[in-house]
Design a protein around this ligand. Structure first.
Ligand code: HEC
Ligand code: HEC
Ligand code: HEC
Ligand code: HEC
Length: 116
C-alpha cells in the first residue's frame, strides 16, 4: 500500500510540473505580455498561435534586416531564406513555453548564435 501511494505521488508530481511548464513564459515576453494568453493565442489555447499574433509586434521585414548575413551567406537568413523566403511560420523555430531549435538544423549546420 505504501509503495502504491509513492508511485502515485511521483506520477502526480511529474504531472504537476508538466502543467506548470506548459505556462512557462520567455523572459523577454513577461513584461510586455504578462498573463494575457490571448495576446498570442488568437486561435484558442488548444491551438498554436498564428503568425499574425506575432506580427502584431514584430515586423517581418525588420526581422529580415536584423538577421541579415554576409552576401555569401545571405540565404541562410532565417527570416528570408533560400527555401521559404519570408513565408515560414515563426513557430517552426521559436517556442514560447519551451525552447525550440531553428528547423534549418534538421538538415544544415549553420550557426545561429543569437537564437532564442
Ligand atoms: C505584444 C507584443 C508581442 C507579441 C504578441 C509577441 N512578441 Fe516577441 N517580443 C516582444 C518584445 C517587446 C520583445 C523584446 C524586444 C525585442 O527583442 O524585440 C520580444 C522579444 C522576442 C524574441 C527575442 C528577441 C531577442 O533576441 O531578444 C523572440 C524570439 C520573439 N519575441 C518571438 C515572438 C514570437 C514567435 C511571437 C509569436 C508567437 C511573439 N514574439 C509575440 C513583443 C511581442
Ligand atoms: C527558420 C527559422 C525561423 C523562423 C521561421 C523565424 N525565426 Fe526568428 N530567429 C531565428 C533565428 C535562428 C534567430 C537568431 C539569428 C542569429 O543567430 O543570427 C532569430 C531571431 C529572431 C529575433 C531577434 C532578432 C534580433 O536579432 O534582434 C526575433 C524578435 C525573432 N526572431 C522573431 C521571429 C518572428 C516574430 C518570426 C515570425 C514572423 C520569426 N522570428 C520566424 C529563426 C527563425
Ligand atoms: C508570446 C506568445 C504566447 C503567449 C503570451 C502564450 N503562449 Fe501558449 N504557446 C505559444 C507558442 C508559440 C506555442 C507553441 C509551442 C510552444 O512554444 O511551447 C504555445 C503553445 C501552448 C500550448 C500547447 C498547445 C498544444 O496544442 O500543444 C498551451 C496549452 C499554451 N500555449 C498555453 C498558454 C497559456 C495558458 C498562456 C497564458 C498564461 C499562454 N499559452 C501564453 C505562444 C504563447
Ligand atoms: C529537409 C531538409 C532541409 C531543411 C529543413 C532546410 N534545408 Fe536548406 N537545403 C536542403 C538541401 C537538400 C539543399 C541542397 C543541397 C545543398 O546544397 O546542401 C539545401 C540548400 C540550402 C542552401 C544553399 C546551400 C548552402 O548550404 O548554403 C541554403 C542557404 C539553405 N539550404 C538554407 C536553409 C535555411 C536557412 C533553412 C531553414 C529555414 C533550411 N535551409 C532548411 C535541405 C534542407
Amino acid at each position: 500500500m505504501k509503495k502504491l501511494s509513492l508511485v502515485f505521488a511521483v506520477a502526480l508530481a511529474s504531472f504537476v510540473s508538466l502543467s506548470a511548464q506548459a505556462v512557462d513564459q520567455r523572459e523577454y515576453h513577461k513584461d510586455v505580455i504578462g498573463k494575457d494568453c490571448k495576446t498570442c493565442h488568437d486561435q484558442g489555447l488548444k491551438n498554436y498561435p498564428s503568425d499574425q499574433a506575432c506580427t502584431q509586434c514584430h515586423d517581418v521585414d525588420e526581422l529580415a534586416e536584423q538577421t541579415a548575413r554576409s552576401e555569401e551567406d545571405k540565404w541562410q537568413n532565417p527570416h528570408n531564406n533560400l527555401h521559404y523566403g519570408k513565408e515560414l511560420p515563426c513557430i517552426e523555430c521559436h517556442g514560447e513555453h519551451e525552447l525550440k531549435k531553428p528547423m534549418c538544423s534538421n538538415c544544415h549546420t549553420f550557426k545561429y548564435d543569437k537564437h532564442k
